[in-house]
Each structure stands twice: as structure tokens, then as C-alpha cells.
Design a protein around this ligand. Structure first.
Ligand SMILES: *[C@@H]1O[C@H](CO)[C@@H](O)[C@H](O)[C@H]1NC(C)=O
Ligand SMILES: *[C@@H]1O[C@H](CO)[C@@H](O)[C@H](O)[C@H]1NC(C)=O
Ligand SMILES: *[C@@H]1O[C@H](CO)[C@@H](O)[C@H](O)[C@H]1NC(C)=O
Ligand SMILES: *[C@@H]1O[C@H](CO)[C@@H](O)[C@H](O)[C@H]1NC(C)=O
Ligand SMILES: *[C@@H]1O[C@H](CO)[C@@H](O)[C@H](O)[C@H]1NC(C)=O
Length: 485
């Protein structure tokens, strides 16, 4: 008897929900498992489109633990394993990249972890490239920063990414979907690939534009370009902490950004396009201060590495804050069917067979029947189902039992988990079944697998029921700890 925790009864359905053009999305569950999150991310990166940028508005992440950043001692000795961060006061401690570094002219990615303080001025430039020769056009280049998007002073401050190539007439600015959360670590990344500029917050793509194209500047004006972090030459300075900054010569994909977010770069392969990876160990190696300015203060980072996943958790927006919460709007939406555009839900059936192609988990007939029923049931709502079938030929896998939601750790955990109540788990190793037959002591561990003793209570007949020399363990071994399970 074997268990796999992941899949549903009999077949695994991987559902990828694809939205086509509907303003009001499907309701989201408020709590998502990590696995759900991974799926959502994968779905998002598999099907870029409306869903990628239409996350629910409002609060997107958990409130962070607001501990003061531990300061480095004056001597600045490094202690291994602790990550450095810099704290910008917003007053003359912005940094310029030394001219010998090769700033990307075309495709690029800038990514970093930041913990901005509240009450930033608008705009506050976290990092950017400007042109020191063309004062007439101060917006040449690009900026990543925070700015208010509402007309009312300083309301609704969000991350933004703006870009204007030397040849463009106008600046393009894209902003994130939700206000930034002060005093909380966020991962921000901006990419440009000659066609698209994209802004990512905590791995989610939150804005995209294709209004700019081509190289950002020509080789001739290279000497004029200055990359700055923590502010700009106009003193639109950023106040807060920053760590782990990287600049790349190419536009990373969303998958890569998510991958790099949680880890140290050394674990990854292709770093040939990496221009800078700044861990702020020795700032003066790469950076210059501005005139009369000073280096920002060094700190130890208080960003918890574990927080990354939970930080990306999607919360439904608070009530009454989106157009979908407006009763009149939603009533119209339900009453006027023409507003409901057709939607397609893609799903995949993974059907496991024996090695020789025999003994499928479910038959084609069952798959077709289910497909028909799904389509019939949802047709009235303009939702159709699109199916793909993936066949796996693996006897070892086929012999395992797959129970929805029954994680192997739940079997025999001293309480009855109804989702694990199945003959092939021995009714959750005995905990889901009133034990009628007694297990006399002489039967325990007597070299025979006695069903009445095959419970967790009796150590699965003292091992008899998980001993391949005694019994057919694929049928009798329920012990989660046994290799023969
Ligand atoms: C930039 O990226 C685009 C799209 O990925 C690619 O077609 C182009 O060749 C890249 N340009 C350079 C200079 O690498
Ligand atoms: C389904 O969508 C079509 C096209 O958008 C629309 O005309 C039709 O009324 C919708 N039908 C239902 C049942 O929602
Ligand atoms: C078959 O499934 C088992 C898990 O039950 C796995 O370890 C093994 O690699 C699979 N074999 C093949 C050929 O994929
Ligand atoms: C477990 O399943 C058995 C057989 O299906 C049933 O008799 C028993 O009541 C179930 N136990 C619980 C606690 O659900
Ligand atoms: C089964 O028998 C073999 C050979 O007699 C022995 O090596 C092995 O340890 C036995 N397995 C168990 C679980 O007792």
C-alpha cells in the first residue's frame, strides 16, 4: 500500500484557470497553501495576459515584522552568514556607480530587496539612469521609484518604473497595482527587452508597457550616462533600506526573477549577463558619493529568508474597495448576460498506467464522461472546459494509492483524518475504525501479519505487516515510516 500526497482520488486534475476579459474575477480563497501559490505563479507565467496583471487590488502581502535593523558596529567587521543592507536617510547619501562599470544600453534588469519607510516624497527615486549632459531633458533614461498616483497630495504611493529612450519623444511610466507597504521588505524588479518594460513586485508582474522600443542610448552618449541608487541628481531621494541589488545585461523572465528572489546568486548557473551584484560589503569599490554627500549607513539586514513565500500571499481585497464590490455593478453583471464573456478552464488529466500500458487508473470512457458532465454543468454560465490528457506508464507509481488531501504525515498520527480513511491506509492506521476484534498478545509479532493487530497502536503487528518476507506489503503495510509502504 502506498500513498502519494499530491493528487486527487483516482486522477490528478491540474486546473489552470484562464480568464478571458472579465473585469470581475472569480472569488479567491483567502488562505492559500504554498502549493497553490506555486501553481498560481506557474499558471501566471504560463499564460501571460489579463490575469498576469490583474491581481486583486488592495493589500497584497502580510504585514512584516517591524524590527529595527540591527546596526553594524563602527569597525564594520563582517560576521559570516549575515547579510548586509544599506540605509539611505534621503539626505545626500545617494550613490553613483563608478564610470568604469558597463551600464546596459539595451536589454536590462534591475532587481533588489528594499524596505522603504512611510511618507516618502513623490517621486522618490530608488534607482535610475540619467543623462548628465542633457539637462534640457531630465527624463532621459529610466527610473525605479515610489510616487503618488492620486491627485490628492501623496495619496496612494506606489512603485513605478519609467523609461525614455534617447530617441523617444515621451516618457512612459508604469505603476504597480497597489500601494507599497511601508517598513516591509519587498522585492522589486524592472526589466526592459527593447519591446516591453515590466515591473515586478515580490515576483508578481504588476505592470507592463510596450510604448518604448529599441536601445536606451547610443554608444556615443555612453559617457553621459550615470546610474544612481538611493536618489537622483535632483534630490528626489529614497528613504529606507536596500540589500541584494543586481543589474543584468538582459531582461530576466518572471520565472528567473522568482528563482533569484529567494536565493543567493551563487546557486545559479548563467551569470554571464550579470553586470553588478551588490551585497554592500565594500561600497567604495563600485560607488561614489555625490558632492558633499556621504555613504549610506551599513546595517545587517533583518529580512527573514523564510518570509519570502508568505510575503507573496495574495489576499482578497477588503470589502467595498473594488468595482466588483459595488452592489449595483455586480447586480448588473449578473443580470445582463451579455456582460459575461465566455471563459475557458483548462485542466489536465494525468492517467497512470502499468509499464506495459495496461490497467489505466481511469478509462477513456470515464474521462469523456467527466468532460461531458463538466461542460454540461457549466455551459449555463458561459464556462467551457478544455482538456488535455497526459498518460504516465509506471507500474511503481500505479501501485501507489492516491488520496486527495491525505498527506502521508496524517496517516497514523493518533487521530482520525477522514480524508485518509480508506482500506488501503488501514482506515488511517486504525484511528478511523472502532476496533472490534481484539489483538491478543500472542499474535503480535508472531511472524504472521494479523489484520486485527495491524494498527499503529500495535506497531503494525510489531512489523509483521510491513515485512515483505511475511506478507504482500503492497496490501498490508500502512506504516508511514516503512520503506515498503
Ligand atoms: C533583447 O531582448 C530581445 C527579446 O528577448 C532580443 O530579441 C534581443 O536580441 C535582445 N537584444 C540584445 C542586444 O541582446
Ligand atoms: C455567453 O457569451 C456570449 C458572448 O459574449 C453572450 O452573447 C451570451 O449571452 C452569453 N451567454 C450566457 C448564457 O451567459
Ligand atoms: C516511476 O515512479 C517512481 C515513483 O513511484 C519513480 O521513483 C520512478 O523514477 C518512476 N520511473 C520512471 C521510469 O519514470
Ligand atoms: C471510515 O470508513 C469506514 C468504512 O468506509 C466507515 O465505516 C467509518 O465510519 C469511517 N470512519 C470515520 C471516522 O469516518
Ligand atoms: C527477508 O529475508 C531476507 C533473506 O532471508 C533477509 O535478508 C531480509 O532481512 C528479510 N527482510 C526482513 C524485513 O526481515
Amino acid at each position: 500500500m502506498k500513498l502519494l500526497p499530491i493528487c486527487t482520488w483516482l486522477l490528478c486534475l491540474l486546473l489552470f484557470i484562464v480568464c478571458f476579459g472579465s473585469e470581475c474575477g472569480t472569488p479567491r480563497r483567502s488562505v492559500r497553501s504554498k502549493r497553490d501559490l506555486v501553481r498560481i505563479r506557474e499558471a501566471r507565467s504560463t499564460f501571460p495576459g489579463p490575469c498576469a496583471t490583474r491581481l486583486p487590488r488592495g493589500k497584497r502581502s502580510l504585514p512584516g515584522i517591524d524590527r529595527r535593523s540591527p546596526r553594524l558596529s563602527q569597525a564594520g567587521e563582517s560576521s559570516p552568514g549575515r547579510r548586509r543592507a544599506v540605509y539611505f536617510t534621503g539626505r545626500g547619501d545617494q550613490l553613483r556607480l563608478k564610470p568604469n562599470a558597463e551600464v546596459p544600453r539595451g536589454n536590462f534588469t534591475l532587481e533588489m530587496w528594499i524596505k522603504p519607510e512611510g511618507g516618502q516624497r513623490s517621486p522618490a527615486v530608488i534607482g535610475g539612469l540619467y543623462d548628465k549632459c542633457f539637462y534640457a531633458s531630465s527624463d532621459r533614461g529610466w527610473l525605479l521609484g515610489i510616487k503618488a498616483v492620486s491627485d490628492q497630495a501623496n495619496r496612494d504611493p506606489r512603485f513605478f518604473f519609467s523609461l525614455k529612450t534617447d530617441r523617444a519623444h515621451k516618457l512612459t511610466t508604469i505603476t504597480s497595482n497597489a500601494p507599497y507597504t511601508p517598513n516591509q521588505w519587498s522585492h522589486v524588479a524592472v526589466t526592459y527587452n527593447g519591446f516591453f518594460m515590466k515591473l515586478y513586485v515580490n515576483g508578481a508582474q504588476v505592470a507592463v508597457s510596450r510604448d518604448q522600443s529599441g536601445e536606451i542610448f547610443s554608444p556615443l552618449t555612453k559617457k553621459c550616462k550615470v546610474l544612481m541608487i538611493g536618489g537622483n541628481a535632483l534630490n528626489h531621494n529614497y528613504r529606507g533600506t536596500m540589500e541584494h541589488l543586481s543589474l543584468w545585461h538582459r531582461a530576466l523572465s518572471q520565472r528567473e526573477i522568482i528563482r533569484y528572489m529567494g536565493h543567493s546568486l551563487s546557486q545559479f548557473g548563467d551569470l554571464s549577463q550579470l553586470v553588478i551584484h551588490e551585497n554592500f560589503e565594500s561600497m567604495s569599490r563600485r560607488w561614489l558619493t555625490v558632492k558633499d554627500g556621504s555613504f549610506p549607513r551599513l546595517e545587517y539586514s533583518d529580512r527573514s529568508l523564510v518570509a519570502v513565500l508568505s510575503d507573496a500571499e495574495l489576499k482578497p481585497p477588503p470589502c467595498g474597495q473594488t468595482v466588483c464590490d459595488n452592489v449595483e455593478v455586480i447586480t448588473n453583471y449578473y443580470q445582463l448576460w451579455s456582460f459575461r464573456k465566455p471563459k475557458t478552464v483548462r485542466y489536465r488529466v494525468i492517467n497512470v498506467y502499468d509499464d506495459d500500458g495496461q490497467w489505466p487508473t481511469i478509462t477513456d470512457h470515464q474521462i469523456n464522461l467527466q468532460h461531458q458532465h463538466l461542460n454540461n454543468a457549466f455551459r449555463a454560465y458561459n464556462i467551457s472546459w478544455e482538456r488535455t490528457v497526459h498518460n504516465v506508464y509506471n507500474s511503481s507509481l500505479r501501485n501507489r494509492l492516491i488520496l486527495a488531501n491525505c498527506d502521508i504525515s496524517k496517516v497514523g498520527d493518533e487521530e482520525c483524518d477522514p480524508e485518509c480513511n480508506h482500506t488501503l491506509t488501514g482506515f488511517d492506521a486504525g484511528y478511523c475504525k472502532r476496533q472490534t476484534a481484539r489483538c491478543p498478545e500472542y499474535k503480535q509479532g508472531n511472524g504472521v501479519c494479523d489484520p486485527e493487530c495491524n494498527w499503529d497502536n500495535f506497531y503494525y503487528d510489531h512489523g509483521d505487516c510491513c515485512n515483505p518476507n511475511i506478507t504482500d506489503v503492497t496490501k498490508t503495510c500502512f506504516n508511514p515510516a516503512s520503506p515498503y509502504r
